[in-house]
Design a protein around this ligand. Structure first.
Ligand code: NAD
Length: 335
């Protein structure tokens, strides 16, 4: 039996470093597996393991959760905010508590969205390579001012709010769509509009809503047709918000001027892995990466020292409270 054991899936060296450091104060037995969680590995979970700790691409299907339940796992601790990869109802039915880290340095993700926007616009990635070749010409590097541009933000929770504040600082007109409007943002000058109005008026669109059954493929052929020609779209939220084939068509037609994605619907096969020596079978991501006006990053928006420290601390504290019969803050609990 391993009653104080937390088994990590999809563990990278940085997970190990940050969790091990923060665990000094908690004393759990930590075990790290590099593989992602799925039906292929779930039988390897030791009976009596108290908690498993998972990340965005671990698959907690009905089948996986049922095996975890048989093995006596009490807690599924997500070390991320999004939870679209967990069958919550099944966990609930088996009495497994699911917790997450709803807000860890939202600025980390918001700042990465801005970094993508600035890279695409001012082409610093191209300039970097060009000057290293002693080519100091400017042709092809023309950008546009962010000042005065209409920025549409879909989802104004923790990350969306941080993004709005930054864009207001740039002197943009910020408009937003969220079923729950935030008064503090309105005070700062953000205008809430309907989804269609935001899509219709934005020069730059940034997605900061969770992926749900209702908003899958929020960006599709129909919604793209509402947008301005040359719109910039940034998605640091979840890949499934974007219909990738429709997006590629819109890029080819010049409807999308720039696209920055830190997330991709089929990212599980690719992201967080070094595939530099392999043949990638996914033609869609290859097509996306072939556009000069598309920037892909591999789900790194959260990846700052501050965020990793907060993720480790909040996750361990969630599990600690549950292991001591305490009820954590409702904001971190999903079941
Ligand atoms: P949050 O829960 O604080 O805010 C989400 C907001 O979206 C809420 O205000 C909610 O009302 C709104 N919303 C829900 N459905 C919507 C819809 N259909 N249209 C518009 N708004 C809607 O979450 P957060 O911390 O701001 O995170 C947002 C998302 O960012 C997460 O769900 C996750 O998918 C993603 N994320 C990505 C990374 C990364 O590294 N790329 C890291 C953390 C989070």
């Amino acid at each position: 039996m391993a009653t104080n054991k937390i088994l990590f899936f999809s563990a990278k060296p940085y997970d190990k470093a940050f969790f091990t450091k923060h665990n000094d104060a908690y004393g759990f037995a930590l075990d790290f597996l590099e593989t992602h969680l799925g039906p292929h590995i779930v039988q390897a979970v030791e009976d009596g393991t108290f908690a498993i700790c998972v990340f965005v691409n671990d698959k907690l299907t009905d089948e996986v959760i049922e095996v975890l339940s048989v093995k006596g796992v009490k807690v599924i601790a997500l070390r991320c905010a999004g939870f679209n990869n967990v069958q919550l109802e099944t966990a609930k039915r088996h009495g497994i508590r699911v917790c997450r880290v709803p807000a860890y340095s939202p600025e980390a993700v918001a700042e990465h969205a801005v970094a993508m926007l600035l890279t695409l616009n001012r082409k610093t990635h191209k300039a970097y390579n060009r000057v290293r070749e002693q080519n100091f010409t400017l042709t092809g590097l023309l950008g546009f001012n962010l000042h005065g541009k209409a920025v549409g933000v879909i989802g104004t929770g923790n990350i969306g709010k941080a993004f709005c504040r930054i864009m207001l600082g740039f002197g943009c007109q910020v408009m937003a769509y969220d079923p729950v409007e935030a008064d503090d943002l309105k005070t700062l000058g953000v205008h809430y509009l309907s989804l269609n109005e935001v899509l219709n008026q934005a020069d730059i669109l940034s997605l900061h809503c969770p992926l749900t059954a209702d908003n899958q493929y929020l960006i599709n052929q129909d919604t793209l047709s509402l947008m301005k020609k040359g719109v910039t779209i940034i998605n640091t939220s979840r890949g499934g918000l974007l219909h990738t084939t429709d997006t590629i068509k819109a890029l080819k037609a010049g409807k999308i001027g720039y696209l920055g994605i830190d997330v991709y619907e089929q990212e599980q096969q690719l992201f967080f892995k070094d595939l530099s020596g392999t043949i990638i079978e996914d033609d869609t991501i290859q097509r996306l990466m072939s556009f000069p006006n598309v920037l892909v990053t591999g789900h790194q928006a959260f990846f700052t020292q501050e965020a990793l420290s907060q993720i480790a601390e909040i996750t361990l504290n969630n599990v600690y409270q549950l292991s001591n019969g305490q009820e954590p803050d409702p904001a971190v609990m999903l079941t």
